[in-house]
Write a protein that binds this ligand. Structure first.
Ligand SMILES: NC(=O)c1ccc[n+]([C@@H]2O[C@H](COP(=O)([O-])OP(=O)(O)OC[C@H]3O[C@@H](n4cnc5c(N)ncnc54)[C@H](OP(=O)(O)O)[C@@H]3O)[C@@H](O)[C@H]2O)c1
Length: 314
């Protein structure tokens, strides 16, 4: 499997299996078996998060697979209401998975949220997110650097940051994030952010990498799939790999898990045709009625405000 060399010399498999399944307890309870089929199909990188509720299932699938720990790359994420208790939160994630280290530990969101009864989404009376403005992600990062030094995580990084928030992070960071995980697909190509990260030596990993049905059904993607005799998803995932990013893709279905591992090389002119589909359109994380994402405006997130479509079909 293709891999990326991170800025600390660590090698990360480019394709990760996603493990977010929503909050339905029935879905969560049946996660471990399809994580196991993915490991059997050849995935060696699994992406989870404390907020997903799937860390235990990841640990279970790893144990059942019998694959040596050193051959696996496991990513998890620090939730935004745990930013003042990083070490404790990490220890709980390790306990849930039964692992003694993570390969990559990511700050899930730049927001700092009040810790209240361990509720990840505590709300004020007016329904807004209960943010903790007494601390910021620069403080969180200092704690991330400490857990990196402890050896319990091999690399640290962030998710959902932008040039604006990363610039602020780097003002106080001693360790440059190894990875930035963001929403990224042909309708949201993030060209400027990718170039910025390349210049700083930060590897980019795409989530919602398929762009869902709306991108799969795009006539250009469909035409390229016919031309190369592959599926639309394989065109999209191949485009990511050709751009030098990693990606997270979630599938519960064995044949789609196998399909998603088979990337091809696109000819230069075909990669440019996919590039041209960029609409700066988010499909995964959309703002609420107040135009905010977990309490922050697009401006505060440093996300470019433009077309905000809600027609995403999974
Ligand atoms: N850091 C963050 O804030 C963040 C945010 C969102 C997601 N993530 C991570 O990224 C992962 C992936 O994100 P995502 O699930 O939103 O997007 P995705 O992987 O692009 O899309 C998953 C959906 O596509 C379907 N699918 C997968 N492969 C397919 C194929 N070859 N053909 C047709 N349909 C296919 C899956 O259905 P089946 O399962 O039925 O195949 C599922 O409904 C998550 O699981 C999570 O680990 C991170």
């Amino acid at each position: 499997m293709k891999s990326l060399q991170l800025n600390n010399g660590v090698t990360m498999p480019c394709i990760a299996l996603g493990s977010w399944v929503g909050t339905d307890p029935k879905e969560l309870a049946r996660t471990s078996p399809w994580l196991l089929t993915a490991l059997e199909a050849g995935y060696r990188h699994i992406d989870t998060a404390a907020l997903y509720g799937t860390e235990g299932a990841v640990g279970e699938a790893i144990r059942q697979s019998g694959i040596p720990r050193k051959d696996l790359y496991i990513t998890t994420k620090l939730p935004f209401h745990h930013t003042k208790r990083v070490r404790e939160s990490l220890d709980k994630s390790l306990k849930r998975t039964g692992l003694d280290y993570f390969d990559l530990y990511l700050v899930h969101w730049p927001q700092v949220v009040v810790y209240k009864n361990n509720n990840p989404i505590p709300l004020n009376a007016d329904g807004s997110m209960m943010l903790d403005e007494t601390s910021d992600f620069n403080d969180t990062w200092k704690e991330m650097e400490k857990v990196l030094a402890s050896g319990k995580v091999k690399s640290i990084g962030v998710c959902n940051f932008s040039i604006k928030t990363l610039e602020r992070l780097l003002k106080t960071a001693k360790v440059t994030p190894a990875v930035l995980q963001i929403e990224l697909h042909p309708y949201l190509a993030q060209n400027e952010l990718l170039q910025w990260c390349k210049d700083k030596g930060i590897a980019v990993v795409a989530y919602a990498a398929t762009g869902y049905a709306v991108v799969r059904e795009d006539p250009i993607i469909v035409a390229l799939a016919k031309k190369y005799n592959v599926t639309p998803t394989q065109i999209i995932l191949s485009w990511h790999i050709g751009r030098g990013t990693g990606l997270v893709v979630k599938s519960e279905n064995v044949s789609r898990q196998e399909e998603n591992l088979k990337v091809i090389e696109l000819h230069e002119e075909d990669a440019r045709r996919v590039d041209a589909l960029d609409k700066n359109r988010r499909l995964c994380i959309l703002p609420d009625k107040q135009g905010k994402v977990f309490g922050w405006t697009f401006d505060r997130l440093g996300w470019q405000e433009r077309v905000l479509q809600t027609e995403a079909k999974l």
